[in-house]
Design a protein around this ligand. Structure first.
Ligand code: MIC
Ligand code: SF4
Length: 643
């Protein structure tokens, strides 16, 4: 039988396991990326493995999240990351060079390779025909040390694209449409592979918009073939030699096929507060808008800015709207000047923000209280913008620009009629903000700088035979890692300091959580479906572990968060009978018995609710090496013992 693109790349990288849906496998990782908000922990963990030089083909450390620098802490992190990159043979992308995913696509991504990144939007690389996966920092640290990456072999879903996007309809509308169909948990355990005639009509950055936001489906990753369009993109990046063709065999089989006719895709919008609450723009048109943001790793390419500039050309942003634009990279910013795009945007009244994540992660440009903000970003979780009661809507650059102009949510087809130009050929390469790896001899001389905010990564303790603890929190469905461990300008600077950051665990759901956990010294959390969706931040596992959380019992888990929990020695358990969820109350004292034996043998674990006097069972679905990892008290302990 023929193979799909994903199967071909996975087969080439398979280290262990059977290529059967759901089976535990391990794959070789060619490239890694980290960003500064997750990177400090990654490199502290890598340092503790005592490996002098990274063993991957390419590893890059980016600074793009924490660039507010309201005191010494961000800059101390940057210095640590720069010096440790120099010490261990990594590329270092300096602050100002751009968002990791955009820069990686431009300067490092290669068709057919695997990329592991300590950021959930690493699948952006799928736009180039890579298997690019987001993971917790510890998994990335292990990959840099030459270790394989463990995952459940994904189910491969085909997305058949036919036709061609109509003017003012956008790649963003395609992925919003898919989110409407598949929901934020529909992609767990799956790879979405795009095929069909419609693929040819999408350039690489459009493809990357789609694979980027595949993260919001909960998918393992998303991938496009590598074809002549990919080759053209790499040629413009002066990297034609990095191109190889990878297309699915004509008799390749997908486990399911979703068809999207691009001719029929119309402007879509995700309404507050979930990326899958998608309707057409026309359904909510007319709602007054206070703020518009264009940028983020989803939509900050030259064509995204170009489309907005055409709509805004010669006009002025509505008086009630503040428009902020963050070009995805220095290359995009520079090329947009060359193409005359920036001049048009500035003329129209746009505020030009730094080439960084910025408002996407609540680092500045927060909306007003109760405000409506339209953003070309990928997540609209409650509070993520920095204003808890603001409503964030996710849209395409075309819809964003049209609405900025009229001051109300507007379908771009209602104010503008012409075709959008293709600006892809405006590429100005200047890699002077990327510091290349040092020679081995020069690297030895480097002294790693660690400022006072950088504290060691705490270690988990091994699992015990009986776990008795109170239920400290009962949460609902689709709890995000932003709910578990918020980001934003107050909390992000604490990413290198687990004792400090742990004070914010579950802050938005229960402001007393930290004090309660400290008092109890241990605890268990109850969750609904898709627990831990969203980011890759391992702080959402590390900080609860630091507070003594021993287990999460949920109806189901998001992929990256589940791996992070196991990596830090927290049991990720699922209700054998989901109806038991309703019986448990916050504050109940529960006791799990025969834990080690059950984990080893694959048996359900019995949980006694001592407060209410009943028993229920939980399934652990922990297989392969994860059993040993959990029993050793996390992956750091396990790796030290076995590597
Ligand atoms: C995000 O978009 O939520 C982030 C911030 O990029 C995270 C990583 C982090 O929390 O540092 C992600 O997507 O993984
Ligand atoms: Fe940065 Fe936002 Fe992309 Fe996360 S989603 S990497 S915060 S731009």
């Amino acid at each position: 039988m023929g193979l799909t693109v994903a199967e071909k790349i996975l087969k080439n990288h398979l280290v262990e396991g059977k290529t059967e849906k759901g089976a535990p496998v391990e794959i070789k990782i060619d490239q890694t990326l980290t960003q500064d908000a997750t990177g400090t922990m990654v490199y502290l963990q890598f340092e503790s493995m005592d490996i002098p030089r990274v063993k991957t083909e390419v590893s890059v450390s980016y600074i793009d999240h924490n660039t507010l620098q309201s005191d010494f802490r961000n800059m101390d992190d940057h210095r640590f990351l720069q010096t440790i990159a120099a010490k261990h043979g990594l590329y270092f992308s300096r602050p100002g060079n751009g968002i990791c995913h955009q820069v990686h696509l431009e300067r490092f991504g290669k068709p057919g390779k695997t990329l592991l990144g300590s950021d959930s939007h690493t699948p952006t690389g799928g736009g180039l025909g890579m298997i690019a996966i987001g993971a917790g920092g510890l998994d990335v640290a292990v990959a840099m040390a030459g270790g394989p990456f463990p995952l459940s072999y994904p189910e491969i879903i085909g997305v058949k694209l036919t036709g061609k996007l109509q003017p003012l309809c956008s790649a963003k509308d395609v992925i919003l449409k898919l989110l409407q169909i598949e929901t934020v948990k529909g992609g767990v355990g799956k790879i979405y592979e795009y095929f069909g005639d419609g693929v040819k009509s999408l350039n690489v950055t459009q493809r990357a918009t789609i694979t980027n936001m595949g993260a919001e489906l909960g998918a393992t990753t998303s991938v496009f073939p590598s074809d002549d369009i990919t080759r053209e993109f790499l040629k413009l990046q002066n990297r034609e030699a990095d191109w190889t063709e990878i297309v699915a065999d004509s008799n390749a089989k997908y486990s399911r096929v979703i068809e999207i006719d691009l001719n029929k895709v119309e402007p879509m919008i995700a309404t507050p507060h979930m990326p899958d609450k998608v309707v057409t723009v026309r359904e909510v048109a007319g709602l007054p808008v206070d703020q518009v943001g264009i940028g983020s790793c989803t939509n900050s390419s030259i064509n995204d800015l170009g489309a907005a500039s055409e709509i805004l050309d010669g006009k002025t942003v509505a008086a009630n709207v503040s428009l902020g634009i963050a070009p995805g990279s220095k290359q995009v910013l520079y090329s947009a000047f060359e193409a005359g795009i920036m001049q048009k945007l500035i003329d129209a009244g746009a505020r030009i923000l730094e080439s960084a994540c910025g408002p996407c992660i609540g680092m500045g440009f927060a909306p007003k209280s109760g405000g409506v903000t339209l953003r070309t970003f990928n997540r609209n979780f409650k509070g993520r913008s920095g204003t808890p009661d603001a409503g964030v809507y996710l849209v395409s650059p075309e819809t964003a620009a049209a609405s900025a102009l009229t001051g109300v949510i507007t379908d771009p087809r209602d104010v503008f009629k012409t075709y959008t130009k293709d600006y892809s050929s405006f590429v100005k390469i200047n890699d002077n903000m990327i510091v290349a790896p040092l020679s081995e001899d020069a690297a030895k001389e480097i002294i790693v700088e660690k400022g006072p905010n950088i504290k060691e990564c705490p270690k988990a303790s091994a699992i015990t035979e009986t776990i008795a603890a109170p239920i400290l929190l009962k949460a609902g469905d689709n709890i995000t890692t932003d709910d578990i461990m918020p980001a934003g300008s107050k909390v992000l600077p604490l990413r290198s300091n687990i004792p400090e950051i742990s004070k914010y665990v579950y802050e938005a759901i229960d402001p007393n959580f930290h004090d309660k956990a400290k008092k109890a010294g241990k605890g268990i959390i109850i969750g609904g479906d898709n627990y831990g969706q969203g980011s890759s931040r391992e702080h959402a596992a590390l900080a609860p572990m630091y507070l003594g959380i021993k287990a999460i019992i949920a109806k189901s888990f998001a992929r990256i968060h589940k791996a992070n929990l196991i990596n830090f020695g927290i049991m990720a358990l699922e209700f054998a009978n989901p109806a038991d969820y309703d019986k448990i109350n916050e504050g109940d004292d529960v006791e799990m018995i025969d834990v080690i034996n059950s984990v080893k043998s694959g048996k359900n674990i019995v949980v006694r609710n001592n407060t209410q006097g009943f028993e229920f069972e939980v399934v652990h679905k922990i297989v392969g090496k994860d059993i040993d990892i959990l029993l050793s008290g996390g992956k750091l302990n396990y790796t030290k013992n076995n590597f």
